[in-house]
Structures are given as structure tokens and as C-alpha cells.
Design a protein around this ligand. Structure first.
Ligand code: SF4
Length: 386
């Protein structure tokens, strides 16, 4: 029996932001039957994974995407199915939403189903920056939706902001934070804009249709945002995450401490770790909703109803790979890797593996200079000093 977290990927969006390369299809190109088939396959996927991996407890659940809120009232089917699953006993139950698809119906269904963390993609309130990256919803409507969400989820609101967007400056970053704080979020993720290769923004920058901030200025905007959040009483507890005391995201802490998680839905990934050998199985669903529905439907018709994992890429992680991953993920988090789990998995304490690096970095900010810290840590590991 294992306990784990559950990530669910809802691969639909109503519009597409130019900086994003997540897997998602346009919900407006689908119809009710298609969404219903997807949700039926998804619920089967989750239940069969729970059985297959012998899960007795799901400790946290995060419904992300894509944009889960575009499911509207249909999200009830998924939430009800989860709540009827005996192993589903999460301390933290999160759903991601974009302000444009927030309605009172959606909020009330989510609240009624036990969602206790409502995570909003805000990014910026500044209209010129939103338009430059094709981020939907402008002006007062955006703030009206946030006000509505904060009425339904007082003390349970989480939000994302991005720095380094076109037209941003320090005043705008401060203004974004001030306006967001008026809705009383308890958790804020502050990301620095990164333009991945597959994202449309990459092409626009190349064609000079959009100009983004230069690297140093972009870094200074993020630091300005970080200082502002700390001044407002938020704790910087992970590379990009800030929370009020006691309001850290448990689900993400499970990732950073590399505890087991199931992943369901196209492009979702899960990792199940053998704590005794330090090895792990990782599986990642293909970026293909049609194929996902088809394969899961076929699996459902099989007599044993076991998942075939035909819609996934699977890999086995050996001890050394997992050890590096535990260090890489663990030091994103202020408290570092879970010491007991680390020792149990790898037979040595973190200090025994990267002692020289930890000594060198003992007075430096590991989260802020994570890449340099990891370079030292991996060099020490590769030299076999531990
Ligand atoms: S950022 Fe969110 S809403 Fe925008 S395209 Fe990506 S997944 Fe969809």
C-alpha cells in the first residue's frame, strides 16, 4: 500500500497565451459529448491507477491544465467521482481557474465538493502587457471575477503573477501585487517570464512583433516583486512561491520532496518511488486527447479493467538518477529534501552526499542561485566524494 498525491490535467483552454507551451486544445472546437467522453476516460484512468499502484490514501489533489475552469458545471462529474473514491482523502484539494471562466455556478460547485485551494491565473492586471501576450480578459471584469472568487474561497485563494512581461516596469509590478493583495490571497507564485521553444511568443520576438525585457531588467523586476511580497508578510518558501505562514502548497511540497504522485490526463506525468531501492517508475501521458479517450475506453472494456499504460511513455529511474532529482527538487524548497526519506532511499544522509557543497553554501541563498548550487552539488556527486 502506498500513499500519494494526484495531479489531474485538464487539457482545454478557451484562448491561448503566447508564452505558454503546455498541452491544451481549444475547448471551443469540442462539444458536450467530447468533454463527457474525456471526463469518463479520466475518471476511469484515476480509479484504475489507484488500484494498480495499490494506493490507500490520496493526500493531496491538484486539478490543473490547461484551464480546468473551462469545464464549467461539467467539473461536477469529476469532483463527485473523486469524492466517492474511498482512497480519496486529501488534506489539500486544489483547482486551477482563469478569471474569464469563473462563474458563481463553478465556484459554488467547487466549494460544495470540498475544494480548499482555489488557484487563479492572474499574471498581470496591466492591460497593455496582457494584450501583448494574448492573455484574455481586461479591465474591471478581471477584478470583478477575483472579488467573486475571494468571496467563495476566503483564506483559500492562491494566484500566479508573471514578471518580465512586455511593458512592465517596477511600478507595474508593485501595482500588480497591491491589486492582487486586495483580494486577500494566502499564496502567490511569482514567475519570471520564460519563453519556451514551442511557444508562439518565441516567433513574435524573432519577428520583432513583440519586444520583451532584457534579462537583467527582467531579473530586477522579479526581485522587486519578491521584496514587495516579503514586506507584505509572505514567506519566500520555494524558488517561485510565497505564502502566508502555514499556507504553503502541500501538493507542491510533495513534488519538491519527491513523494509519490499519480498523474492522470493527457501530458500528465506520475512517479512512483521504491523507497527501499531508491529507484522509480515514471510515466507520462501522450499529448493527445483523442488517443487518450480511445485507449482508456478500450481499457475500460477489458474484463480485468487494468490500465494498459498504452497512452504513456514510461521510464525506470535508477538510484543515481533519482538521487540527483531529489537534490534538484529538494533544494528548490526552503526546507530542503525530507531527511528521513532521503536516508531511507539512498542509505546516506544529504550531508554525506554533498557535504562540501553544503558547507560552501551555508551562508548563501540556495534558492536564488539554485543553478550554481546544483552545479556544485552535482560536481561533488559525480566526483564520487560521498
Ligand atoms: S497559460 Fe493557461 S490559459 Fe494560457 S494557454 Fe497556457 S494553459 Fe491555457
Amino acid at each position: 500500500m502506498i500513499s500519494c498525491s494526484l495531479y489531474i490535467h485538464i487539457p482545454f483552454c478557451a484562448s491561448f497565451c503566447d508564452y505558454c507551451d503546455f498541452y491544451s486544445v481549444n475547448v471551443n472546437d469540442t462539444n458536450d459529448d467530447y468533454i463527457n467522453s474525456f471526463l469518463t476516460s479520466l475518471v476511469f484512468d484515476i480509479k484504475s491507477q489507484i488500484e494498480y499502484f495499490n494506493v490507500d490514501k490520496i493526500k493531496s489533489c491538484y486539478i490543473g491544465g490547461g484551464t480546468p475552469s473551462v469545464l464549467g458545471k461539467k467539473i461536477r462529474f469529476l469532483l463527485d467521482a473523486l469524492n466517492k473514491t474511498p482512497q480519496f482523502t486529501p488534506l489539500e484539494f486544489s483547482v486551477e481557474a482563469n478569471p474569464e471562466s469563473i462563474t458563481e455556478d463553478l465556484l459554488s460547485i467547487c466549494r460544495g465538493a470540498g475544494i480548499n485551494r482555489f488557484s487563479l491565473g492572474v499574471q498581470t492586471f496591466h492591460e497593455k502587457s496582457r494584450i501583448a501576450v494574448n492573455r484574455a480578459l481586461y479591465g474591471e471584469v478581471l477584478e470583478d471575477r477575483l472579488a467573486l472568487a475571494s468571496r467563495y474561497f476566503p483564506g483559500m485563494l492562491s494566484a500566479d503573477l508573471i514578471t518580465g512581461l512586455p511593458y512592465q516596469n517596477e511600478l507595474i509590478v508593485k501595482d500588480d501585487i497591491k491589486r492582487l493583495l486586495s483580494f486577500e490571497p494566502v499564496h502567490i507564485s511569482l514567475y519570471s517570464l520564460s519563453v519556451e521553444d514551442g511557444a508562439p511568443l518565441k516567433e513574435k520576438i524573432k519577428n520583432k512583433t513583440v519586444t520583451i525585457q532584457d534579462g537583467d531588467f527582467s531579473d530586477s523586476l522579479w526581485l522587486e516583486g519578491r521584496d514587495e511580497l516579503i514586506n507584505e508578510g509572505f514567506i519566500h518558501y520555494e524558488v517561485s512561491n510565497f505564502s502566508l505562514p502555514g499556507k504553503e502548497c502541500l501538493h507542491n511540497i510533495h513534488y519538491w520532496q519527491m513523494k509519490n504522485w499519480l498523474g492522470a490526463g493527457p501530458s500528465a506525468s506520475g512517479t512512483i518511488i521504491d523507497d527501499n531501492s531508491g529507484g522509480a517508475k515514471r510515466y507520462t501521458y501522450l499529448n493527445d486527447v483523442d488517443e487518450y479517450i480511445k485507449i482508456l475506453r478500450e481499457d475500460q472494456k477489458k474484463a480485468d479493467k487494468k490500465p494498459s499504460f498504452r497512452a504513456v511513455n514510461s521510464e525506470e529511474l535508477d538510484r543515481d538518477t533519482l538521487l540527483k532529482e531529489c537534490i534538484l527538487m529538494g533544494f528548490r524548497y526552503l526546507k530542503g529534501p525530507d531527511p528521513n526519506l532521503f536516508k531511507k532511499r539512498f542509505g546516506s544522509a544529504v550531508e554525506e552526499c554533498i557535504g562540501k557543497t553544503l558547507e560552501k553554501w551555508k551562508d548563501k541563498d540556495k534558492m536564488l542561485f539554485l543553478n550554481s548550487f546544483l552545479y556544485d552539488a552535482f560536481t561533488e556527486l559525480d566526483n564520487g566524494i560521498y
